[in-house]
Write a protein that binds this ligand. Structure first.
Ligand code: SF4
Ligand code: SF4
Ligand code: SF4
Ligand code: FES
Length: 697
């Protein structure tokens, strides 16, 4: 334990670790020192002077956010001198600040508004005309209103340090100083909105949320992002059943306040006009809307007939449906339809890594492990594009803990900018690239290896053997693509015991019935059995749905209860935020089909199914209160040999701006101009923003 320092703050005896800043020491003892520019996790700026405190035996007020504690120090945070200074600071901040709170998007959750209310003077001595600058739109999602800016530099720092993008800078000095985007009049960046979220005032506002509502008019529903596998917690602002905003300002969950563009904005697919809202039956080459009971009747009649004559079923599950849905579907396929032909689009080789690590405790890294890691090796994946949260964790570990980052990749990756070593390899050369880092990795105190689909099968076993040979503790993350890819695997949506893989089902000449739940295999492949009866449950009329005989409108993850498991094996709970007329959850659809088939597979309520999962799925006996309160519970991976599975494993190679079929229906994702290839080229040619005379301390 590090050395403790004793001091007094507002008459209270306080102990804090050596090096702790006064502002933090005060907060740890329940004493609030107001601040604007100070922001936990970001570099110190000392720009706003809101945190001034009185320290005895020092000649003038001190900056509480940069001054470390010292033995015997006597600090006053609420003395008349401090109060007067705060009033003065706020008076200055308001010199040019428009008092347009009634129409400002930040009204009700503005830190300046709150500070003025708590610490400000009742009147201002400034009577001069305020300087006006027109509002600017920097991108479809980022608007900037310069007069409201208090130049706290939080946006500049979060973009540079947190996101690793560095798209914002500052021009000039004094009253004309302004935040600038990297292309003067527009932004080209990750469009993550972190700068908007972190802005204490209404200077940066969101194109998708602005002027739609007031914060107190929304319900705030904590759930999990449905795009990539990282499982960011997101708080959806909902009004009248419509999702209006996504953020995680309460920093709860595994992602703290991080969200990428998909988590923050791409919930808009939910209300896309092309959402399916009625069951449909193919009549000729057209679809006819029918009632739910008619659609279920047709499906059940066909399934019963195929089952009775021992025909061939194929069941394709989803990477997005809940654990409860995946579990129930696997049970329904095996016990109800009597088939092992069940699979999902597998995007990372979980089977091989579970097999290679069989029986080892704590060998899989959690999201927090990436942040706490001494060294991280990213192999065969573009982490910033495909796993924005994990990449954010790695960057944070580099900034806060001096972690060594290693990247083995076929092309440029964002980690190149701060990696201790990067190795560029040809596709297939990842293991050799990793081997070339042996001496460096051996010298680390511990290592997390995150690997993508480029490493699969025997290469995974070799990777684990390599990790074992290093003589340091090693943890692994097998990178899979989607919000419940890991859950689909764990719940057994897999071609075990001689079942057919997706590719084998599609290539079979004698398939009688194909049931596709929340997947679009015909977007990439064709169905050989032209006579097969096809049922599709989905949100949209995908290529696969177009081939279906019956299409059922399904609810999205933002419209249902249940749990999902992220790439690190952490289980979190979904809460329904929106309601789309006509759609049903996949679990309810399974329940209706089960009932009509005359099967007894247990109750199909999410909580009941999760109870069963906790009892029967290895490693899922997780604490319910943790999940119920929005926490993430770590599962334990399979213990024992895992048989190899037929079929191929391939990542969809999504980027920051794509997410399989869902992204096609997100207006926001389609409105931004960025594409990954271009982003890298831009970074190479135009490093960072235009910065003139930045006022660094
Ligand atoms: S990447 Fe763009 S949206 Fe995200 S913080 Fe930086 S400037 Fe803002
Ligand atoms: S735009 Fe907002 S976050 Fe950025 S410097 Fe201005 S007030 Fe701070
Ligand atoms: S990192 Fe993944 S889970 Fe997190 S907000 Fe982005 S898409 Fe969603
Ligand atoms: S919070 Fe200390 S100077 Fe801004």
């Amino acid at each position: 334990m590090s050395e403790l320092v004793k001091l007094t703050i507002d008459g209270r005896a306080v102990e804090a670790e050596k090096g702790t800043l006064i502002i933090e020491a005060a907060r740890q003892s329940g004493i609030e020192i107001p601040s604007f520019c100070y922001y936990e996790g970001l570099t110190l700026q000392a720009a706003c002077r809101m945190c001034l405190v009185e320290v005895e035996k020092t000649p003038k007020l001190q900056v509480g956010c940069t001054l470390p504690v010292a033995e015997g120090m006597i600090v006053h945070t609420d003395s008349p001198l401090v109060k007067e200074a705060r009033k003065g600071t706020l008076e200055f901040l308001l010199t040019n600040h428009p008092l347009d709170c009634p129409v400002c998007d930040k009204g009700g959750e503005c830190e300046l508004q709150d500070m003025v209310f708590r610490y400000g003077a009742g009147e201002s001595r400034f009577t001069e005309r305020k300087q006006h600058v027109d509002e600017k739109q920097w991108s479809p999602v980022v608007f900037f209103d310069a007069p409201r800016c208090i130049l706290c530099y939080r946006c500049v720092r979060v973009c540079d340090e947190g996101m690793g993008v560095g798209a914002l800078g500052v021009s000039d000095r004094g009253a004309i100083s302004e935040i600038l985007p990297n292309h003067h009049d527009h932004l080209e960046c990750d469009e993550c909105g972190a700068c908007i979220d972190i802005c204490p005032v209404g200077a940066l506002t969101s194109g998708s949320y602005r002027y739609k509502t007031r914060p107190w008019e929304m319900e705030h529903v904590g759930t999990v992002c449905t795009h990539c596998a990282d499982g960011c917690k997101t708080t959806l602002g909902v009004r009248n059943g419509q999702i209006i905003r996504g953020n995680n300002r309460d920093r709860s969950g595994i992602n703290g306040e991080f969200l990428c563009i998909k988590g923050r904005y791409a919930f808009d697919f939910v209300e896309h006009p092309e959402r399916l809202q009625s069951p449909m039956i193919k009549a000729g080459d057209k679809f006819e809307p029918v009632s739910w009971s008619r659609a279920i009747e047709v499906i059940v009649a066909k399934f019963s007939e195929v089952k009775a004559r021992h025909g061939k079923f194929g069941v394709i599950g989803s990477n997005h449906t809940t654990n409860e849905e995946n579990f129930f579907l696997a049970k329904l396929a095996r016990q109800g339809l009597g088939t092992n032909n069940i699979d999902h689009h597998r995007t990372g080789d979980l089977a091989s890594v579970f097999d290679a690590l069989s029986g080892r405790e704590h060998a899989l890294a959690t999201t927090a492990d990436l942040y706490n890691a001494k060294a991280i090796l990213i192999a065969g994946a573009d982490l910033s594009q495909q796993h924005p949260l994990l990449a954010y964790q790695a960057r944070a570990s580099f900034r806060h803990h001096d972690a060594h980052i290693y990247a083995v990749a076929t092309g440029p990756v964002r980690e190149d900018h701060y990696a201790a070593a990067t190795v560029r390899v040809e596709k297939g050369g990842e293991l050799a690239g990793i081997e070339s880092l042996r001496d460096k990795l051996k010298a680390e105190a511990g290592l997390v290896i995150a690997f993508g689909d480029a490493i699969q099968g025997d290469a995974v076993r070799k990777l684990v053997a390599f990790g074992d040979s290093l003589g340091v503790p090693v943890k692994y993350v097998c990178l899979v693509d989607y919000s419940n890819s890991r859950g689909a695997f764990d719940m057994g949506v897999l071609p075990r015991d001689g079942g057919l893989s997706i590719q084998q089902m599609l290539a079979a000449r004698d398939l009688d019935a194909l049931w596709v739940v929340g997947a679009n295999p015909l977007g990439r492949s064709t169905l050989v059995s032209s006579g097969a009866f096809v049922v599709v449950q989905d949100l949209f009329m995908t290529e696969t749905a177009k081939r279906a005989d019956v299409v059922l409108p399904a609810a999205s993850a933002y419209e249902k209860s249940g749990t999902v498991t992220n790439v690190c094996g952490e289980v979190q709970r979904l809460k329904p935020a929106a309601k789309v007329m006509g759609a049903k959850t996949d679990l309810e659809i399974f329940g209706l089909i089960t009932k009509e088939l005359g099967l007894n597979l247990g109750i199909w309520l999410p909580d009941k199914v999760f109870e069963e999962i906790r009892k029967t799925v290895h490693g899922y006996n997780v604490p319910l209160p943790l999940i119920a309160t929005g926490g993430a519970a770590v599962t334990v991976p399979l213990n024992g040999r895992v048989a190899a599975l037929p079929g191929s494993i391939q990542s969809a190679g999504d980027t920051l701006f794509t997410s399989g079929s869902l992204s096609k229906y997100s207006k926001v994702l389609n409105s931004v101009m960025e594409a990954p290839g271009e982003l890298y080229r831009r970074e190479e040619t135009a490093p960072g923003p235009v910065v003139k005379g930045q006022q660094n301390p």
